[in-house]
Design a protein around this ligand. Structure first.
Ligand SMILES: NC(=O)c1ccc[n+]([C@@H]2O[C@H](COP(=O)([O-])OP(=O)(O)OC[C@H]3O[C@@H](n4cnc5c(N)ncnc54)[C@H](O)[C@@H]3O)[C@@H](O)[C@H]2O)c1
Length: 235
């Protein structure tokens, strides 16, 4: 018997990396999982989380297919590394709109269903939302915003029985990190403070395990928290 038997989940950013691992883990724990991503995938729902109508349509598709929604995992995200003087306004907006506004829009679209099911939301923040990294201002601001969005919604929805939490991973071995390009002119000494005392990256499956825990009834009184997954980097 699975911990998430009978639950229906929607996972954004499910075509790659952490989102794919979350989808697999929630499925393994018994949930029926709908994947959504801006990238088309067989059986998946195509959704740009920056688009409010697309978010509403994605939730409607889940309910059409499966009758309910219990778990929303907001995993879709992007990052752009730039020196602060070279970060364009469009790049700033893109990161904020996907990571922060997208998390808000899909959460708001899912809210009627989550209120009906007394469901739960798990947001993908980052240690970058707690302890800044250089050349990453838009990303850090977006993830700090996700943490406070999580906390505000958790308080507001607690009496209605909807829990809202976030996970804050450090470096996770995914295409996102493998494609990370340190900008020309960066001061490499500024990166040493982000090193993990455990000396290794986080595996996507380890983040997915934390998401599954927060989504499950094992975390029934946990809401408004940020679960840090960083090998003691921010300890
Ligand atoms: N990899 C890390 O080191 C790390 C650390 C902490 C937090 N995170 C966060 O984890 C999440 C997943 O990152 P990942 O490492 O798996 O990256 P990834 O690039 O492997 O996956 C991100 C997914 O999000 C999707 N996506 C991008 N823009 C979208 C949009 N507008 N609408 C819908 N989907 C969109 C992409 O198509 C992709 O499938 C992100 O929110 C990221 O900020 C990653």
């Amino acid at each position: 018997m699975g911990r998430l038997d009978g639950k229906v989940a929607l996972v954004s950013g499910a075509a790659s990396g952490i989102g794919k691992a979350v989808s697999q883990r929630l499925t393994a724990e018994g949930a029926v999982v709908a994947d959504c991503d801006i990238t088309e995938a067989p059986g998946g729902i195509t959704c740009d989380v920056r688009d409010q109508d697309a978010c509403i349509a994605a939730v409607a598709t889940v309910v059409d297919r499966h009758g309910r929604l219990d778990i929303l995992a907001n995993v879709a995200g992007v990052g752009i590394a730039r020196l602060i003087g070279e970060l364009s306004a469009d790049e700033w907006r893109q990161v904020i709109e996907v990571n922060l506004t997208g998390t808000f829009l899909l959460s708001q679209a899912a809210l009627p269903e989550l209120l009906a099911s007394t469901g739960t939301i798990v947001n993908m923040a980052s240690v970058a939302g707690m302890r800044a990294t250089p050349y990453n201002a838009a990303y850090c601001a977006s993830k700090g915003g996700v943490i406070m969005l999580t906390k505000s919604m958790a308080i507001e929805l607690a009496k209605a029985g909807v829990r809202v939490n976030a996970v804050c991973p450090a470096s996770v071995d995914t295409p996102f990190l493998r494609n990370f390009k340190i900008p020309d002119g960066a001061d490499m000494s500024l990166f040493t403070r982000a090193a993990s005392p455990m000396g290794r990256m986080v595996d996507p499956a380890e983040v997915a395990a934390a998401v599954a825990y927060l989504a499950s009834d094992d975390a029934a009184t946990i809401s408004g928290t940020t679960l840090v997954i960083d090998g003691a980097a921010t300890a």
